[in-house]
Design a protein around this ligand. Structure first.
Ligand SMILES: C[S@@+](CC[C@H](N)C(=O)[O-])C[C@H]1O[C@@H](n2cnc3c(N)ncnc32)[C@H](O)[C@@H]1O
Length: 176
């Protein structure tokens, strides 16, 4: 983790806001942020509407707690990439978090597409599943709980796209 990035003058306001939110959550005994996001989606999003689930996650990230999801700025880049794939593509994602990018990719591709997303954090897996269920995409997206280093070898077949979005220090330097 490159700590200096968070201490750069341009990032200080963000660092202070997210750190104070984390301290408040810890003092209040609040559930993990991913759980909070899924609860917010359950309260506010329109069931069966992937775009509305994504919008609701964006609103949560904007107004409640910062999320490290793709979000509205980087999301369109992945959407554009997904649009180049066959409608029945198989996609592997490393790092699900709240399921944001899985929902974006699945809803861009056809109903025949399949996304497998590996996530190490069990709360993030539960929240991703809840958000995907809310989006009506559970038949297309499978979450695998565990570290990518162990879980990749349990998967079968080939993938048309592999989206590396877990910790950046796990990515080979030639991919950066
Ligand atoms: C940047 S977030 C993923 C965001 C997500 N792709 C999105 O846009 O909605 C990174 C996620 O990778 C997960 N992660 C970190 N190391 C991992 C590993 N070794 N195997 C699987 N998941 C990992 C973290 O728990 C975190 O949820």
């Amino acid at each position: 983790m490159q700590l200096w990035r968070f201490l750069h003058p341009s990032a200080l306001a963000f660092t202070l806001r997210t750190t104070s939110q984390a301290i408040i959550d810890r003092l209040k005994g609040a559930p993990p942020r991913t759980t909070q996001a899924a609860q917010y989606v359950a309260r506010h999003a329109r069931a069966g509407d992937p775009d509305d689930v994504l919008r609701t996650l964006d609103t949560f990230a904007q107004n409640e707690r910062w999320l490290m999801s793709l979000g509205p700025l980087k999301g369109p880049l992945i959407k554009e990439l997904a649009q180049r794939l066959p409608a029945n593509a198989r996609v592997l994602e490393l790092g699900a978090y709240c399921g944001y990018s899985s929902i974006m990719i699945a809803s861009t591709l056809g109903r025949g597409a399949r996304i497998t997303s590996i996530e190490i954090n069990k709360d993030a897996v539960a929240s991703s599943r809840a958000n995907v269920e809310m989006a009506g995409l559970s038949d297309q997206i499978t979450f695998v709980h565990g570290p990518s280093s162990k879980m990749i070898s349990t998967l079968e077949g080939r993938f048309d796209l592999v989206f590396l979005d877990h910790w950046k220090d796990l990515t080979h330097p030639t991919c950066n």
